[in-house]
Design a protein around this ligand. Sequence first.
Ligand code: HQG
Length: 184
Amino acid sequence: MTKAKLETEVSKYMSYVLRHAPEAAGLTLDPEGWVSFEALEQAVASKYDVSRADIIEIVENNPKKRFTLADNRIRANQGHSVDVDLALNTVEPPAALFHGTSAIAWHSIEREGLKKMQRHHVHLSADVETAKIVAMRRKGEYVILRVDAAAMFSAGHSFFVSDNGVWLTESVPVQYISPDAGTP
Ligand code: HQG
């Protein structure tokens, strides 16, 4: 396996463990999603041939900065399905935020608005380019939705921004969504 492929696999495994299934690696997250780096390192090294320095490099070079390593603890910055409270502060959002999704999902979104589904929040991007990358993870045609974040904020909806710059909110009612912002 190439070094790049190994790094991607380890990063995916760390996301899986730190967001969805810590028990699968024998780990317990604290209420804010942190676990000791040493425990995580042991779990990863028992599965992959990587050193502590390799894992630190994977955290630092991660293209989406998915993890924060601080004070000998590590956590995923967003995307959890397990019960954690990241204790993020509410922040005033930019006027518009974007969400990339599949054309098929759009059929229900235009009726129900954006829901958080398996995650703790709806994930929104600050720019169309990033939303496009999120959308292209899906099969088939995609759409980019524009969210009127300023109007939502004025109406009392809370927004949070994760340590890696992903915008988070509880749900987006349909009246704040317009389709096709930058859709090909
Ligand atoms: C859709 C990745 C039908 C929603 C990405 C999305 C992101 C609805 C899917 C991060 C719906 C949920 C999050 C409704 C929402 N009816 N479908 N009412 N409301 N949906 O993966 O935003 O690589 O939980 O449009 O880059 O795609 O993991 O959310 O298609 O930042 O770090 O339900 O995950 O980051 O899918 O992606 P997800 P997402 P990582």
